[in-house]
Design a protein around this ligand. Structure first.
Ligand SMILES: [Zn+2]
Length: 232
């Protein structure tokens, strides 16, 4: 028994969703789950295939990226998770995948335009794509700097991480987050579906128009506003 068992289990369950949802291949991808009171998060160990994972193998790390408990090396993306937890206090789960369509948009260095109501059900703006990192950042503490690249993109675009729970990192791939690890995985699957739909939309009509403001507002507020009426 450890005081970290609950986040180990939550991180394990969330990680196991990624291959089931078709969001990862081999050992790609990672999910973490944080406990704010303990000031730590549980994250997937580096390079271990999903079928060999267990809750006990999740590594406990603090918000500065130091391993607190665990025998295995944490995911190579751990420092990106640590930076985001440290600076964005409202999040308790983070997911990183190289899901195909989301990654294709990231490699094209393009925001994903808001074309339809599926997108508007989750956010009212284009899914932002942070610019590729500069050479200095890449040569230095790369994974740590990736976290700052994401936060800088949100600052520049005037976005709120509590409203927009996803980003593409240019030339790289998507990151998503949420109040729980489960919500972060959900957001990761939503991003991939929206990325695929947007790609197909542009194949059919290269100059497809963006969604009208009235529909953006309607769909988002139906699910999120003070008068939301979607679901039970
Ligand atoms: Zn990656």
């Amino acid at each position: 028994m450890s005081k970290y068992d609950h986040i180990r289990l939550s991180a394990y369950n969330a990680n196991m969703q990624l291959p089931k949802l078709g969001l990862v291949l081999f050992t790609f991808g990672n999910v973490s789950a944080a406990d704010r009171e303990l000031g730590v998060f549980a994250i997937k160990p580096s390079g271990v295939p999903y079928e060999d994972l267990s809750p006990e193998k999740m590594v406990i790390v603090d918000f500065d990226g130091n391993t607190v408990e665990g025998d295995l090396r944490p995911s190579s993306d751990t420092k990106t998770h640590a930076v985001l937890y440290k600076h964005w206090e409202g999040i308790n789960g983070i997911v990183h995948t190289h899901s195909t369509y989301g990654t294709a948009w990231a490699q094209s260095q393009r925001d994903i335009p808001i074309f339809g109501t599926t997108h508007a059900d989750h956010l009212t703006v284009d899914i932002p794509c942070a610019p590729p990192m500069n050479d200095e950042m890449i040569k230095g503490n790369y994974e740590y700097q990736t976290g700052f690249q994401i936060m800088e993109c949100f600052k520049e675009k005037g976005l709120d991480y509590k409203e927009v729970e996803m980003v593409l990192v240019g030339n790289h791939a998507p990151f998503t987050w949420g109040k729980t690890a489960e919500k972060a995985v959900y957001n990761s699957a939503v991003l991939e579906a929206v990325a695929q739909m947007a790609y197909l939309t542009e194949q059919i009509d290269r100059s497809a128009p963006r969604l009208k403001d009235a529909l953006i507002k309607k769909h988002y507020e139906r699910k999120h506003g003070p008068d939301s009426y979607y679901g039970q």
